[in-house]
Design a protein around this ligand. Structure first.
Ligand SMILES: [Zn+2]
Length: 138
């Protein structure tokens, strides 16, 4: 399960944290906003997106949205404000040791809930045209 968690997270990072054509990687929140990016294109440090959020924070945002947390208008794709999102992530990490994927593990069986295995995420990446070695820089 440990290996699966890691592989799943890596596939998700390639999917959600890869730089766009302009060389910017952005979390969903900042992607919808015109604010100045903290880091110039292709210049974000390792583990950090151009908007200044970390890859962990971007993945957390995606997990929240998939579990119905973040949209405050019905049917809207607005994500949780980074100030709230990042504080909540920190709290969950320090209190419960939260890691990306924890929301998708069935607490009774300790296995992935349907459709959330790392194989499924890796297949999705391949079919979307991301090669296994593509994606964000190391
Ligand atoms: Zn961001």
């Amino acid at each position: 399960m440990e290996a699966s968690l890691l592989k799943r997270r890596q596939a998700r990072e390639r999917k959600f944290c890869a730089p766009n054509r302009a060389g910017n990687s952005l979390c969903s929140w900042h992607d919808t906003r015109r604010e100045r990016r903290i880091h110039p294109p292709r210049m974000a440090p390792n583990g950090v997106l151009n908007c200044g959020c970390t890859t962990e924070e971007a993945l957390f945002e995606e997990s929240l949205a998939r579990n119905g947390v973040g949209s405050y208008h019905p049917g809207d794709s607005v994500r949780m404000d980074p100030l709230l999102r990042n504080a909540l992530l920190k709290l969950l990490q320090s209190r419960y040791g939260y890691r990306d994927g924890d929301f998708e593990i069935d607490p009774r069986t300790g296995r992935w809930v349907d459709g959330e295995s790392h194989e499924k995420w890796e297949r999705e990446l391949l079919s979307a045209g991301h090669g296994p070695k593509g994606g964000p820089r190391k």
